[in-house]
Design a protein around this ligand. Structure first.
Ligand SMILES: Cc1ncc(COP(=O)(O)O)c(C=O)c1O
Length: 409
């Protein structure tokens, strides 16, 4: 292990760029990993990081969280923040501290992760149907009475009732009603109402509300079009809510919504809570949908996440190779921070290409390049940690948990 003195001396001798060492400098990277594990972050800068890796801009990230929290306070809608986008207990903790009433999760593994971290108000937004998932849902309800799940099928409600009865548990249940996205949601009207009645009359299920996730509206381009689509896609679900209430069923929560429709849903006064997730970091595809106040770019929230990469070859005019490739989930829709003129192209598993026309603005080998990803859920799934940066300095490291493989299932 190198001493702190050597580490600082070596830092000073570093050339600005991608971690190149001049002859004779101590290898300050030898114990980087153990220093990170001990959270000794002093003097660690972006230039010191192994690439490709994920970097969160702390100021932009915090401002995104605060902006959503302020929006919810102002409009009276609650945030039950979707964690699938970040898979980080550190981030969930910050969202809850700013007033989120709970968390939404796409998988039972995410629910378990968040529950083990001590968080309440977790809602599983994907109906459990395997024996394995049903048993784990019941186990979660056993350890936390505030945990709940969605159902969109009478059969699943029956299975959940039987499993909950076997463990003498009361399981909070939300009926998931179709809202324009064909992947889930029972048909609005009679079928949804009957399912709500079935849940309500199941001894071990507790009907708490209705979900309508208008996922097809989330990425609709042009604010007015998005508003129209969201209203249209949620209308059947909202009629079902009205019928359920008239029938005397308890509909405590009406949950749905996304980053793209956050300011549509709150104005519409239909949903009581928002399940938005992506706003914490934002991605390039969301930028393109256009905002309420800026038709060219949906910039209500800032781009807080980049994949940090290094230029590894520059042998051809107008083109260079970076070390983030297919395995880093590089996409042609990604964008280069500070260089909107540069196109991103896939090349191979560990190689990506940057292509540009402006000959005066070349990249050089060793240059650091930050890439804004296109699909956060997919990208965060292939990294194990966020390096949190304030300017050039790394100020924190947060694990990304429950990613692909056993931990995800
Ligand atoms: C059920 C559900 N709710 C909420 C969200 C959050 O959407 P976003 O990340 O666009 O804010 C998603 C995302 O796919 C989702 O599947």
């Amino acid at each position: 292990m190198i001493s702190r003195r050597n580490f600082v001396a070596a830092s000073t001798a570093m050339v600005a760029g991608a971690g190149r060492m001049s002859a004779g400098t101590t290898n300050r990277f030898a114990d980087l990993e153990s220093r990170l594990a001990r959270h000794e972050l002093k003097d660690i800068n972006k230039d010191d990081l192994p690439t490709p890796c994920m970097v969160v801009d702390q100021d932009i990230f915090e401002s995104n969280l605060k902006k959503m929290a302020d929006h919810c306070t102002k409009t009276g809608i609650h945030l039950r923040a979707h964690v699938k986008v970040h898979k980080s207990t550190e981030i969930a903790r910050r969202q809850l501290a700013l007033g989120a009433i709970g968390l939404t999760c796409a998988t039972i593994a995410e629910c378990e992760l968040m529950s083990r971290a001590g968080f309440n108000g977790i809602l599983l937004t994907r109906q459990p149907t395997s024996k394995n998932n049903i048993a784990r849902v019941v186990a979660l309800a056993q350890r936390d009475a505030t945990f709940g799940t969605v159902v969109d099928d009478p059969q699943a409600a029956t299975w959940l009732q039987e499993a909950a009865r076997a463990e003498n548990v009361k399981l909070r249940t939300v009926v998931d009603v179709f809202a324009g996205l064909t992947r889930h949601g029972i048909e609005a009207g009679r079928p949804a109402l009957d399912l709500a009645k079935q849940v309500d009359s199941s001894k071990n299920l507790k009907l708490i509300g209705i979900m309508g996730y208008a996922g097809a509206a989330a990425h609709t381009h042009v604010f007015e079009e998005r508003m129209k689509k969201s209203r249209n896609d949620l209308s059947g679900m909202l009629e079902t809510v009205a019928s359920a209430r008239s029938a005397g069923l308890p509909v405590e929560i009406i949950t749905g919504g996304s980053t793209g429709t956050y300011n549509v849903d709150s104005e519409m006064k239909g949903l009581t809570e928002l399940q938005a997730g992506s706003f914490v970091f934002m991605d390039t595809l969301y930028r393109q949908i256009g905002g309420k106040n800026n038709a060219a770019s949906f910039d209500d929230f800032g781009s807080a996440l980049t994949v940090l990469s290094t230029v590894i070859s520059k042998r051809h005019a107008g083109l260079c190779t970076i070390d983030a490739g297919n395995k880093a989930l590089l996409k042609p829709t990604d964008e280069v921070k500070g260089r909107p003129d540069v196109k991103v192209e896939n090349q191979g598993a560990e190689y990506g290409l940057l292509v540009w026309k402006d000959g005066d603005r070349d990249f050089k080998i060793g240059d650091r390049v930050e890439i804004y990803p296109s699909n956060l859920d997919m990208s965060t799934n292939v990294y194990d940690r966020y390096y949190v940066a304030r300017g050039e300095r790394i100020v924190d490291v947060w694990p990304i948990m429950g990613r692909s493989g056993a931990a995800q299932r």
